[in-house]
Write a protein that binds this ligand. Structure first.
Ligand SMILES: Nc1ncnc2c1ncn2[C@@H]1O[C@H](COP(=O)(O)OP(=O)(O)O)[C@@H](O)[C@H]1O
Ligand SMILES: [Mg+2]
Length: 437
């Protein structure tokens, strides 16, 4: 992509309304624009990141055997009256009337709708287990939307719903999601720690929140310091095998949010306890027959008798994750995107667009990176070198390739690792080979 013809409206000054670093950088790097309180437009670069996060979530759901569907954002109120939640959900739910005076709502979550799909088609235990997910915008009229996309009113969520014949099956489905979640976050360069949680308005009796550690998080959290060095990618896990021992091995290591943590009864020695704050990036629930009972989600069991199915629901805050990744990965100059979610892998900076040699080398490099399948953003704008380098640091692409007249006189360009700041001079050919490796 050529920056001269792209749309990246970066800001020089820090917007006053932004209180946390991810919100500041998302506005300054031109990733989002506020439309109204807690509602954002995603501009081209922000949208690329959002799509990459979404795609990782999708791949791990598919790998865990869930099937993607797409349910609407607008739902009729009757189903919610049947489950009893139309009344219970309160002011967070945006209620709408259509032109015929029918009560509608903008979905804050989809347990009712998915149970309706299920009950219309599934009759026998032989169709189970079943796990359906979608990635769709939600609306919750939060009292205090804040921190940009972290606590929005409209936000993108991956939510899925598992259906099983009995408790035992439901726990298998729950465990599968538990592991799929850990893999999902790890692929984005995040460490998310599962913590026992309250179930809130979703209901149920088994629930875990997945929390990314960050000083700016909304809740105080406590965990054993071994969590800080664990990486699930080092374990080989058979998703079709018995996952209970694997889940237990994670849950055996202490981690709790402040509503579950009891300082007078903490199993971790003070020197091993990490006390910090965290961002909730996912939440999973097992709630048995809470929705299948009132909504009639029933199947015939092996003995022919009809029983309500056991359900779980599982959410990942896709749009919130973009903010959480920045909270976890930045410095005082800007964002540092982990490679798997970076909008482009390489930023190619032409320090002197009027200089024929520089522009020739940049154009060649850009073509070669493209041929090697490497996404690159080339800064071909006629701007001061200092401003271009500052913008590139702010935007935070993992690799920078800097081409200037001085280096070119001895045939070299500069390759910079955004995370470490380490730079190395090399020929353009060596740079392409290095980045393609
Ligand atoms: N207002 C919001 N803005 C952005 N993301 C949100 C918001 N509310 C929830 N999420 C994300 O969606 C995930 C699932 O939400 P859920 O757990 O059902 O909501 P809650 O945390 O309100 O109980 C959360 O873990 C979080 O990552
Ligand atoms: Mg939650």
């Amino acid at each position: 992509m050529r920056l001269s013809g792209y749309f990246v409206p970066t800001l020089r000054d820090t917007p006053k309304e932004a209180q946390i670093v991810s919100h500041r950088y998302m506005l300054r790097a031109g990733l989002i624009q506020q439309a109204s309180a807690g509602i954002y437009s995603w501009l081209p670069m922000g949208h690329r990141v959002l799509r990459k996060v979404e795609q990782i979530v999708r791949e791990e759901q598919d790998a865990a055997g869930a099937h993607e569907i797409l349910m609407p954002t607008i739902q009729a109120a009757d189903l919610w009256q049947q489950s009893g939640r139309y009344h219970d959900y309160g002011a967070e739910m945006l209620r709408i009337k259509d032109r015929h005076g029918r009560d509608m709502l903008y979905g804050p979550t989809n347990e009712e709708l998915v149970t309706d799909i299920f009950r219309s088609h599934v009759r026998s235990y032989r169709s189970l287990p079943l796990n359906l997910y979608h990635i769709q915008w939600k609306f919750r009229d939060e009292v205090r939307p804040r921190f940009g996309v972290m606590r929005g009113r409209e936000f993108l969520m991956k939510d899925n719903y598992s259906f099983d014949l009995d408790h035992e099956g439901a726990i298998r489905s729950y465990n599968k999601m538990f592991i799929a979640y850990l893999k999902t976050y790890a692929r984005m360069g995040l460490r998310a720690i599962p913590m026992a949680a309250e179930t809130g308005p979703i209901g149920g009796d088994l629930s875990h929140e997945f929390i990314v550690l960050a000083e700016t998080g909304e809740s105080e959290v406590f965990c054993h310091r071994d969590w800080l060095t664990d990486d699930i990618r080092n374990r080989s896990i058979d998703m079709e095998g018995d996952l209970q021992p694997v889940v237990d091995s994670f849950l055996g290591r202490y981690a709790a949010t402040d509503d579950k943590h009891d300082p007078s009864n903490c199993p971790v020695a003070p020197e091993d306890l990490v006390v910090t704050r965290g961002i909730e990036v996912g939440h999973i629930f097992y709630f048995g027959t809470k929705y299948s009972d009132p909504l009639g989600g029933r199947v015939a069991g092996p003995d022919g008798r009809e029983v309500p199915v056991h359900m779980g629901s599982y959410g990942i805050g896709v749009s919130r994750l973009v903010g959480a990744i920045i909270e976890a990965s930045h410095d005082d100059r800007g964002i540092i995107w982990p490679e798997p979610v970076a909008p482009f892998r390489v930023g190619l900076v032409n320090l002197a667009v009027g200089n024929e040699a520089c522009t020739g080398v940049c154009d060649d490099l850009y073509a070669q990176l493209g041929a090697a399948g490497i996404e690159a953003l080339i800064d071909d704008r006629d701007e001061r070198p200092g401003a271009k380098l500052a913008d590139m640091d702010l935007i935070g692409l993992p690799w920078q390739v800097i081409v200037g007249p001085r280096g070119l006189r001895s045939g070299v360009i500069e390759v910079k690792d955004r995370r470490t700041g380490a730079t190395e001079e090399m020929t353009p050919e060596a740079a392409t080979a290095r980045l393609a490796a």
